[in-house]
Design a protein around this ligand. Structure first.
Ligand SMILES: NC(=O)c1ccc[n+]([C@@H]2O[C@H](COP(=O)([O-])OP(=O)(O)OC[C@H]3O[C@@H](n4cnc5c(N)ncnc54)[C@H](O)[C@@H]3O)[C@@H](O)[C@H]2O)c1
Length: 353
């Protein structure tokens, strides 16, 4: 069996490689990434991609059908992965997250790939009042990023068949340590702020609802999805991935950090514009289908995992909100320094080819 993982050199990818390597030792794992954040490592003992059998360096917008031949499953993580980047690079977000995703799925289907797992997001619910959102509820994608996820889900639904099973995992917001950390995620930001400056600056008034999931648990869910039985859920299955216990308001997340890291001051922005993203999510369907692969990490352990990971890195940057672990900042620097074009292509690609 061969599994191709796109976007494996980001925040979630290293955990997915590790999980699939451990649970399927005999499987051939193939990575595919253009390495925007490959240099943003956190002191890993081992190059994360050494867990793959093959690593391609390439742009998903130009992926060749050749590399999909003989592949059984695709895990599609590659994306411009948050709202701020989507706002600054709207066309690129559409091109990578939607058009290239559909193109990849079409090529995969033609090449005989049997399973396609897509990393979607709970941000498709946008601003939602009136109880936890179920998969069938109306969507309210408010940003280019969220819209790209909805459009890809729809395209996958029309491509899926018994021979080409699609699973769209609408992940809650990730948190936790990774070999390639992101600090532009709410809990990660709070723990970093608490450690380096004894402050948590909540950008909103603290009331928005934000379900979370630990990156290790995202990897567990992906492990389930690459082997799920089509008799449960059918050819195309869309699922909220997270757990009911992790539906928190942003101020509760800050309170959990304060309990574990002493002497931290929390500031709330009382004058903030209402957050455009606020939703609670219902995870019943996932809980019923993915027994044995459900989230196992709790909020307290996630905070400790981040605290210990940052301390092991001797992380001390009080300006981390403008540092290399912010995806938007890193992309912008690469472009400003002349390494990336306005379309976020490597400028030296032709020379390397
Ligand atoms: N982190 C979260 O909170 C979260 C929540 C829900 C869903 N997701 C989804 O999970 C996936 C992984 O998220 P992440 O946090 O690891 O993001 P990330 O930004 O850390 O990683 C994305 C990876 O995709 C690669 N990539 C981007 N454009 C590419 C292109 N044109 N060709 C080849 N590679 C390209 C990047 O180099 C990077 O390694 C994304 O699809 C994201 O939307 C993430």
């Amino acid at each position: 069996m061969k599994i191709l993982i796109t976007g494996n050199m980001g925040y979630v990818g290293p955990l997915v490689l590790r999980r699939l390597r451990e649970s399927h030792p005999g499987v051939t794992l193939i990575g595919y990434d253009m390495g925007y954040f490959a240099h943003c490592l956190t002191g890993a003992q081992r190059f994360p991609e050494s867990r793959a059998d093959v690593q391609y360096f390439g742009d998903i917008r130009q992926v060749s059908e050749e590399i999909l031949r003989g592949v059984d499953g695709v895990v599609h993580l590659c994306a411009i992965s948050n709202d701020p980047m989507g706002a600054l690079y709207e066309d690129v977000t559409l091109a990578i997250n939607y058009q290239a995703s559909v193109d990849l799925a079409q090529k995969a289907k033609r090449a005989g790939v049997k399973r396609f797992v897509f990393a979607s997001s709970c941000s498709v619910y946008g601003f939602a009042e009136g109880g936890p959102r179920r998969e069938e509820d109306a969507l309210n994608p408010l940003t280019a990023y969220a819209k790209s996820k909805v459009n890809t889900e729809r395209a996958l639904a029309s491509l899926a068949s018994e021979a080409f099973m699609a699973t769209c995992l609408r992940f809650a917001t990730a948190c936790g340590m990774s070999d390639r950390l992101r600090l532009d995620l709410v809990l990660n930001d709070f723990v970093a702020g608490a450690l380096v400056s004894k402050r948590i600056n909540i950008l909103s008034d603290g009331t928005p609802w934000r379900p979370l999931i630990h990156v290790q648990d995202m990897a567990r869910a992906i492990d389930w999805a690459v082997q799920r039985d089509h008799r449960e859920g059918g050819a195309c299955l869309t699922l909220n991935v997270g757990s009911d216990g992790w539906n928190y308001q942003v101020k509760d997340l800050a309170a959990a950090v304060v309990k574990l890291i002493p002497d931290v001051v929390v500031s709330i922005n009382k004058n903030a514009q209402p957050d455009k993203r606020s939703y609670r999510v219902n995870f019943d369907k996932f809980t019923k289908l993915a027994k044995g692969y459900l989230p196992a990490v709790d909020l307290q352990s996630a905070v400790m995992d981040l605290r210990d990971g940052l301390m092991a890195m001797k992380f001390q940057d009080p300006d981390f909100r403008t540092g290399e672990f912010m995806r938007l900042i890193t992309l912008k620097r690469l472009r400003d320094d002349g390494y990336l074009t306005d379309n976020l292509e490597w400028k030296n690609q032709a020379i390397q080819g």
